[in-house]
Ligand binder design. Structure first.
Ligand code: PHE
Length: 359
């Protein structure tokens, strides 16, 4: 007689396989169980291989019984595999789920400082007219800051406490008090005609209060060409004023004195708070313009021929105009920012209100 498994043993094999499959909860475990119960060395596979050893008349019955057992095991496997695969996918979906309804922490993106943003905007107005951007150092030669600009050796601006001198004193270097030294730098390095704007930081040993910062920003402008004069200056500044403050902006030029321009003027714009309504109206005083109706935007004038001569330019042929505007003040006027200290104290609540100021 053969030692092949009888019906009961085969049934036990099927049952053992079924139990092993049921216990497997992952596809890996399930495959291992299949290897053990239906693989090459499993009891059913071994029994199957020995069918050929049986006497001919027994083969058919044994083959059917073993075949049925193998089929049952494979069937059990297939069913369990489908179930585990679903469970596996479910588990992955749960584990990797993204809850799109959860609140997100939005990280605020950085932005340009309002003064920087507006500097770019002001420069753009000039670049659009074909002007170029010029630059100069903040630690400047005293000569370029003063002498080359026709400040006499005893001009009060040099010695008044508002100029910051750099050590050693014999080096005659200062922190530039205005962007005007870039005028001379541009004339000495560029071909005529010259049309440049020079934005940058300037330094004065000033008070630190609502309307003064010891470090502030100017936009210098210089045009030197044939036949330029006061009318060109006025037209250029009016164009900028309208670009900055709107088409209705009122401006005025008020006579003034600068050693490097002649004639010289200060450019005023209508007070952005009272719009002039405080003038002669004691019932509605305006702190911003001190009830004058105008506020100062910057200095300007026709370039003094002495400056052109110092740069080796023939003043019979060439003339020019120049201006220096306060950029910080421009932000104030455009955005009703009353206190300059807010510009430098780094409180994001202030800056956030002015994001996009240059748009
Ligand atoms: N540099 C002058 C100032 O700082 C402004 C100015 C610039 C005036 C150019 C005339 C021409 O006050």
């Amino acid at each position: 007689m053969s030692d092949l498994p009888d019906e009961a043993t085969l049934a036990a094999m099927v049952e053992a396989a079924g139990r092993a499959f049921a216990q497997a909860t992952t596809l890996d475990d399930l495959r291992a169980a299949k290897q053990a119960h239906a693989g090459e060395h499993s009891p059913v596979a071994l029994a199957n291989r020995r069918i050929g050893d049986l006497p001919r008349e027994e083969r058919k019955t044994a083959g059917q019984a073993i075949g049925a057992a193998r089929a049952a095991i494979n069937q059990a496997y297939a069913e369990r595999e489908a179930a585990v695969a679903v469970a596996d996918l479910d588990a992955r979906l749960v584990a990797e789920a993204v809850d799109v309804t959860l609140p997100v922490t939005l990280r605020p993106t950085g932005a340009l400082h309002p003064v920087t943003a507006l500097t770019y905007r002001m420069c753009d107005v000039f670049v659009a007219m074909g002007w170029e951007i010029a630059e100069g150092p903040e630690a400047e030669a005293e000569w370029l800051n003063f002498d080359a600009l026709n400040f006499t050796p005893d001009h009060p601006a040099r010695f008044l406490s508002d100029t910051l001198f750099l050590d050693p004193a014999a080096g005659h270097r200062i922190l530039r008090t205005h962007t005007s030294p870039v005028q001379m730098r541009s004339l000495l390095t560029r071909e005529l005609p010259v049309y440049v704007v020079a934005p940058g930081k300037v330094y004065r040993a000033d008070e630190y209060d609502a309307t003064h910062l010891p470090v502030f920003h100017q936009l210098e402008g210089l045009a030197v060409d044939k036949g330029l004069g006061m009318a060109d200056l006025k037209g250029t500044l009016d164009h900028l004023a309208r670009a900055m403050f709107g088409a209705e902006t009122e401006t005025r030029l008020r006579p003034h004195y600068f050693p490097f321009t002649e004639p010289s003027a200060e450019m005023d714009i209508r007070c952005f708070v009272c719009h002039g309504e405080s003038v002669g109206n004691p019932a509605r005083p305006c702190r911003t313009c001190k009830s004058e109706g105008w506020i100062e935007w910057g200095g300007c004038g026709v370039v003094n021929p002495r400056v052109l001569t110092a740069a080796g330019i023939d003043t019979d042929v060439y003339s020019g105009f120049a201006f220096g505007l306060g950029v910080d003040r421009t932000v104030m006027f455009r955005n009703n920012a009353a206190d300059l200290r807010d510009f430098v104290e780094g409180d994001a609540r202030f800056s956030r209100q002015l994001v996009g100021v240059a748009r």
